[in-house]
Ligand binder design. Structure first.
Ligand code: KG4
Ligand code: ZN
Length: 358
C-alpha cells in the first residue's frame, strides 16, 4: 500500500480518485501527485453501440449507471485503499453526453460527501490537455497543444492549469468525426480511427486525390467536412471496391487529414511558445504522431505525446487533472453543474461557420 502525507494542499503526496463517463467509456482511476496510477479500470461500450454505427446517448448513460459504482469499489480494492485514504474526488463535469456526465458527477459528489473529501469538477478537455504532464514530468508550461478527439479539434496555448488560449478550432467537423465517417463508409467497423490506421499501412496515399480544406490559408482554423464528403463521394464512385481500395482510401484519407493538422499546427507555432504537445483519441495515431514529431523537429521544438492508452478516453487523465487542481487548491462545491458544453477558453472569439465546436 502507498505511503502518503495528509493535510493541506500541495504538501506531501496526494491521492485522487477519478471517475470518467462523459462519452462511451466507463472508467475509474486512482492517481497520485507523484505521477503513479495506483489502479485503473476502463470498460468500453463499443459492442453496445456498434449496431448503430455511433454512440447512442441513452444506452451509454444506462451502462455508466450500472458500472460506475462497482468499478470505484474494484479500483479502491485493487490499490488496497478505502475512500478514507484518498485526498480528493475528481469527477468529469463536462463537456460530453449530458446523461453520462451527470452520472459521473453525481457519483463523484456522493463519494465526496460520504467521505468528506474535496470535489474537483474536471473539464474532460483539460484532462486531455494535461495528460502529457502525467507521463512526462519535465513538461512545463507554456506549451502548444493540438487537441484532437472525437468531439474537438483545437490548437491551444496552454499557459497553466485552467489557463488556455484557444488559437484555432474546427469550423465544422472534428478530425475524429472524419475518421469515423470514413471507416463507416468503407465498412471497416466502429469506432473509426484504429481500423483506418491499420488499413492505411498497406495502402497507396496517392491513389485518391482528396482535398485539404483551409491548407495554407491565413485563417487559423480547421475544416474537415469537405474531406469527409470527398471520401464518401470517391468511395461511392468505385465499382465493387475490395480490400485494396479500402487500404488506398484509408491511406489517402489519413494523408490528407495529417497534412491539414500539420499545416494548421505549423501556423500556430508562430504565435505559441514551448514544446508541441498532442493529445486526444486521434493522437494515438502513429502516422499523425510521426508527422507532428517531424514538424516539431523542423522548428527546433520539443515534441511530447502521451502513450496511446492515455490519448483515448480514460480516467487516469481525469485523476491527474484532479491532482493538478487540488495542488493549487482549485476545488469545487457540491453544487458544481454538469455541462454538455464547456470551452477551455471561454473568451475565445467565435469562429465562422455553423456547428462550431468551441
Ligand atoms: O478522445 P477520445 O477517445 O474521445 C473523445 O473525447 O472524443 O477520441 C475518440 C476519437 C474517435 O473519433 C476515434 O475514431 C479517434 O479518436 N481515434 C483515432 C485513433 N484511435 C482513436 N483516430 C485516428 N487514429 C487512431 N488510431
Ligand atoms: Zn476525450
Amino acid at each position: 500500500m502507498a505511503a502518503r502525507a495528509r493535510g493541506g494542499y500541495g504538501t506531501g503526496r496526494s491521492i485522487v480518485l477519478g471517475p470518467e463517463s462523459s462519452c462511451d467509456e466507463t472508467a475509474v482511476a486512482l492517481g497520485t501527485s507523484d505521477r503513479q496510477i495506483l489502479a485503473q479500470r476502463i470498460a468500453s461500450q463499443d459492442e453496445a453501440h456498434r449496431p448503430f454505427g455511433g454512440v447512442v446517448p441513452e444506452l451509454a448513460a444506462r451502462a455508466h449507471a450500472e458500472r460506475l459504482a462497482p468499478m470505484v469499489e474494484t479500483v479502491l480494492a485493487e490499490a488496497g485503499l478505502t475512500l478514507a485514504d484518498v485526498d480528493g474526488i475528481a469527477a468529469t463535469a463536462g463537456p460530453g453526453l449530458i446523461g453520462g456526465v451527470m452520472i459521473g458527477l453525481v457519483t463523484g459528489k456522493a463519494l465526496a460527501m460520504a467521505a468528506d473529501k474535496p470535489l474537483i469538477a474536471v473539464n474532460h478537455l483539460e484532462g486531455h490537455a494535461l495528460s502529457a504532464r502525467l507521463t512526462d514530468s519535465s513538461l512545463e508550461f507554456p506549451y502548444l497543444l493540438l487537441l484532437v478527439s472525437g468531439g474537438h479539434c483545437q490548437l491551444l496555448a496552454v499557459e497553466g492549469v485552467g489557463r488556455f488560449r484557444r488559437l484555432a478550432t474546427t469550423i465544422d467537423d472534428a478530425v475524429g468525426v472524419a475518421f469515423d465517417a470514413s471507416t463507416e463508409v468503407m465498412g471497416l467497423g466502429f469506432p473509426g480511427g484504429p481500423p483506418v490506421e491499420l488499413a492505411a499501412r498497406g495502402g497507396d496515399p496517392r491513389r485518391f486525390a482528396l482535398p485539404r480544406p483551409l491548407l495554407g490559408t491565413d485563417e487559423p482554423h480547421f475544416s474537415f467536412a469537405g474531406l469527409k464528403s470527398a471520401v464518401l463521394r470517391s468511395w461511392a464512385a468505385l465499382d465493387a471496391p475490395g480490400a485494396q481500395a479500402q487500404a488506398d482510401m484509408a491511406a489517402s484519407f489519413q494523408a490528407a487529414a495529417t497534412d491539414c493538422l500539420v499545416d494548421r499546427t505549423a501556423r500556430a507555432m508562430a504565435v505559441a511558445k514551448g514544446p508541441l504537445v498532442v493529445a486526444g483519441g486521434v493522437a494515438s495515431n502513429a502516422h499523425i504522431r510521426g508527422a507532428l514529431a517531424g514538424l516539431a523537429e523542423t522548428h527546433g521544438r520539443r515534441f511530447v505525446a502521451p502513450p496511446a492508452w492515455l490519448c483515448t478516453d480514460n480516467a487516469a487523465m481525469i485523476a491527474w487533472a484532479g491532482v493538478e487542481r487540488l495542488a493549487l487548491g482549485l476545488v469545487d462545491g457540491l453544487d458544481a453543474p454538469a455541462r454538455a458544453r464547456w470551452p477551455l477558453d471561454p473568451d475565445a472569439a467565435p469562429a465562422r461557420g455553423a456547428g462550431v465546436r468551441a
